[in-house]
Design a protein around this ligand. Sequence first.
Ligand code: NAD
Ligand code: UGA
Length: 458
Amino acid sequence: MKFSKNILCIGAGYVGGPTMAMIALKCPEYKVTVVDVNEERIGRWNSDDLPIYEPGLLEAVRAARGKNLFFSTAIPEGIRAADIIFVSVNTPTKTFGLGAGMASDLQYWEKTAHQIVSHSDRPKIIVEKSTLPVRTAEAMERILKENKKNIRFDVVSNPEFLAEGSAVNDLLSPDRVLIGSQQTESGAQAAQVIADIYAHWVPADKIITTNLWSAELSKLVANAFLAQRISSINAISALCEKTDADVSEISFAVGSDTRIGSRFISASIGFGGSCFKKDILNLVYICRSYGLNEVADYWEKVVQMNEYQQERFVKKIIKEMFNTIVAKKIVLLGFAFKANTGDTRESPGIPVAKKLLAERASLVICDPQALENARRELAGLDGDVRYEADPYRAVIDAHAIAVITEWDVFKELDFEKVFSVMQKPAFVFDGRNILDHQRLFQIGFNVFPLGKPSLTHF
Ligand code: NAD
Ligand code: UGA
């Protein structure tokens, strides 16, 4: 079959894989190839054991794979054949040198820019899909323009807003698609080519075009605003615990104001995931680099409040369990950073597990999708940790349960059965407020929700 366009995506991760699967599904006349340096990852994309868990993703991949969707490690060939190249490589927080712990590590991104230059022999549109510091496109353009072959490259910013666990739905019906380009004729043409891809299934009024810098910065700001809402309600959850107010009632009352809205104000043990912390720290770093220290301090507080919330959760467990948890068996229900994903990057489960182990508790980690990643996150730590997929086996002889992830399976557990096999007094620390606290109390548990009065039999 002759395809009308060749699209390449460099980076077959949480963003590259699902995004390209959706484009391939909705645009059968385009050939979509996803390449990665990681052979194992590509092998799994070519199997039914996909490298990431995402509801509906396997069906979408199966529908397009082998027809107009291809996964490969042949990067130079892919670049040569492409008309449009999406760059969706990882941009983690730098761990070394200048800006360590704050700035984005752009080494993977820069490498792709050089690869594109060396393997191209005709004009191409380069799309920044990765989340990048504002004005990165300028550096991308400089690298691309240094080519001796006189090839024209247009750089477009098209940040991704999908959330893990709902990636397929988010891609199917996005709130918006953002496309930033240079305000020149060729920049506008390039933006139009990218808009035409999404126009196959996204209504025109949801496709927003801006200048390059606004698109890059909007992505960081969107994540910062979302995370800020979570830190705001988490700060209030601490006050609720001192005053017997109920944080869920507050979320509902406050969120009923349509100017505020009800989403992203559920109290939790803190936000996790690969992006919120990294993107805010990047924003903070950028602000400081422009001398905007007050602005930087303001946003940095969002991350500090998140750490405070995780620490508070652990302190509460220790205090309520009579100030010692040495050799006590504590079951972490969930380890993924949120439900419906196996991803554990920056999961609040990690600091919670580390702090509990430092107190010499005996841990059992239970998660329907994230045990493989949990093992990797906690590898090499001193202490007693077991991994158990079956919650009923996990809780045998446990002193306490701590809810880390809001999986539906945990809400549906038979807690009479759970209580019957636990040590007494039995404790529940609900870091997500997903359980029926009154019912647990009636069964005999001592219940410690977040931001609500405790229910104890003492
Ligand atoms: P990821 O780590 O899952 O995937 C990145 C992939 O890029 C890896 O498989 C890696 O092997 C590959 N890669 C790195 N350098 C390469 C190179 N030179 N050539 C070929 N492949 C290379 O990362 P991700 O979660 O998909 O995130 C990618 C970007 O998208 C980040 O900037 C992130 O901030 C952003 N983002 C992520 C999400 C999310 O939900 N995870 C959502 C929106 C935006
Ligand atoms: C987030 C954004 O929602 C996406 O728009 C963005 O594209 C993505 O980051 C990214 O740039 O990577 P994601 O991290 O996958 O998506 O998941 P979210 O649903 O945003 O949840 C993030 C964290 O906040 C989770 O730990 C979740 O449990 C927590 N959260 C969320 C709360 O604690 N309370 C809430 O009310 C909502």
